[in-house]
Design a protein around this ligand. Structure first.
Ligand code: HEC
Ligand code: HEC
Length: 408
């Protein structure tokens, strides 16, 4: 697998901005001093309602207007959702941040507060979108920037006839709502997966691991080093030296990046992001996968490249759908897609897993690509030590991001 040759968001000028933004957008309000309380699982709706915002699960972080200096239309939006929204609108128009923030990223964060015509238009668009939803859809957020723009600066007024008259490309449903006739149930797909990676017994015997490897962010020439600590059933810490640190302790999650690249460098994870950190921890040693999500649906057969896959969907505690794609032949997990709430739309996070290798009799992916609205990175593991004792401090709130890589 190689890097996508050209990101539609980050053109040639934005090499540094890409890293800057990728890190920046992953972080939100300054971390409150108090730890997040126990999660309050919301009952999963019988039918997914993708346009509705599920109730938040934790205390909300600081609002955008508390953290930034020139917020007018997105007041009352948590800072992390605000930053996710910036990624969302860039993606909706297929532009770089610097399309609306003219400093080319060179002016630092103060530059982003300055107004210009593009920003003013975008503000008007947000208000228009809210009005359309209010007047026509009872306030449900069904029309978004994507509805009209869909990757264009100016929405098209012509239709694409090849959509009707050519061979259809694979287009799976946005949400999995049912089990296709003749397809296995979601539970059967998970059972096959557990079998494929070595079986429940071997999996139960692997209770922890420590992995070393590299990460390569979009636009970077050289990979950085990382370490990942995993402990069953649901603890995980990923330390990217010179980059982000993400920790999930089984209940709470944290994210830290260097202050130099973000005004919001440390925070407690909430809502969909917290759910996501939990799922990543469980998928690292997936013995508890079946109970990790609720309201399982599927499978629906589709294709991923050359592979025939079965897609299933589950719902996280905050009510967000997660889609999991399993190779029909090998049974292995090839893709995870989940959603993070942004104030004006829903951001997509996608992981593509590959290079499964055995660790103490259990197959784990040694490579994955992570893609989201404003960035991509590729992780490759080089060494995985099974069943090692891990200091409990690894799974506590990080003091900050890690700058120095440990000696090899
Ligand atoms: C289509 C235009 C557009 C794009 C693209 C865009 N923004 Fe914004 N940005 C805005 C608007 C509009 C505001 C002000 C929002 C308001 O007034 O509530 C804003 C405000 C901000 C602020 C707050 C600045 C301050 O101190 O007041 C930051 C930070 C920011 N954007 C970061 C980003 C990042 C990072 C990206 C790329 C991922 C990005 N923006 C892409 C339109 C855009
Ligand atoms: C109902 C459809 C619709 C929605 C929803 C919508 N837009 Fe637009 N937008 C348009 C149209 C149409 C134009 C082009 C107008 C023109 O050509 O004069 C436009 C133009 C723009 C422009 C100016 C582009 C340029 O440089 O000329 C920006 C920036 C923009 N939209 C941002 C957004 C953002 C951000 C959102 C979501 C918050 C959004 N739009 C939602 C229809 C929409």
């Amino acid at each position: 697998m190689k890097l996508v040759p050209q990101s539609i968001i980050f053109g040639a000028l934005a090499t540094t901005a890409a890293l800057f933004i990728a890190s920046a957008t992953l972080v939100g309000g300054q971390a409150p001093a108090a730890p997040a309380p126990a999660r309050r699982p919301a009952p999963a709706p019988a039918t997914p309602a993708p346009a509705q915002r599920p109730a938040a699960t934790g205390p909300r972080a600081q609002m955008a207007e508390d953290v930034f200096t020139n917020i007018t239309v997105l007041k009352g939006v948590p800072a992390d959702e605000f930053m996710a929204s910036m990624g969302y609108i860039s993606n909706a128009l297929a532009v770089n941040c610097t399309y609306c923030h003219l400093g080319d990223g060179g002016g630092g964060w103060p530059e982003y507060a300055k107004d210009n015509d593009k920003k003013r238009t975008a503000r008007r668009m947000i208000l228009m979108m809210n009005a359309i939803n209010k007047e026509n859809f009872g306030g449900r957020r069904v029309v978004t920037c994507v509805s009209c723009h869909n990757g264009n600066i100016r929405p098209k007024v012509t239709s694409n006839m090849s959509v009707y008259y050519s061979v259809p490309t694979t287009d799976e449903p946005d949400a999995i709502t049912r089990q296709a006739p003749g397809a296995p149930s979601a539970e059967q797909v998970i059972d096959k997966y557990i079998q494929a990676i070595g079986g429940a017994q071997k999996l139960a015997a692997l209770t922890s691991y420590v992995a070393k490897g590299t990460f390569l962010s979009y636009g970077e020439a050289d990979p950085g080093r990382l370490e990942i600590f995993v402990k069953a059933p649901a603890q995980r810490a990923e330390i990217r030296y010179g980059g982000s640190t993400t920790v999930y302790d089984g209940r709470n999650g944290w994210h830290a990046v260097p202050e130099a690249i973000s005004p919001l460098s440390q925070r407690v994870l909430n809502g969909a992001e917290l759910d996501g950190a939990r799922l990543d921890a469980i998928l690292a040693l997936p013995g508890q996968l079946k109970t990790a999500l609720t309201a399982w649906r599927g499978a629906i057969p589709t294709a991923l490249g050359d592979a025939d896959v079965q897609v299933i969907q589950g719902t996280t505690a905050s009510g967000f759908p997660v889609k999991l794609y399993f190779d029909d032949e090998s049974g292995l997990l090839l893709r995870q897609i989940r959603y993070i709430e942004a104030a004006i739309g829903r951001s997509t996070w996608q992981y593509d897993y590959s290079d499964y290798r055995e660790v103490a009799g259990v197959k784990i992916p040694f490579k994955w690509t992570f893609m989201w609205q404003s960035g991509q990175s590729v992780v490759e593991l080089t060494d995985v030590q099974p069943n090692v004792a891990i200091d409990a401090a690894r799974f506590t709130r990080p003091a900050g991001p890690a700058s120095e890589a440990p000696a090899r």
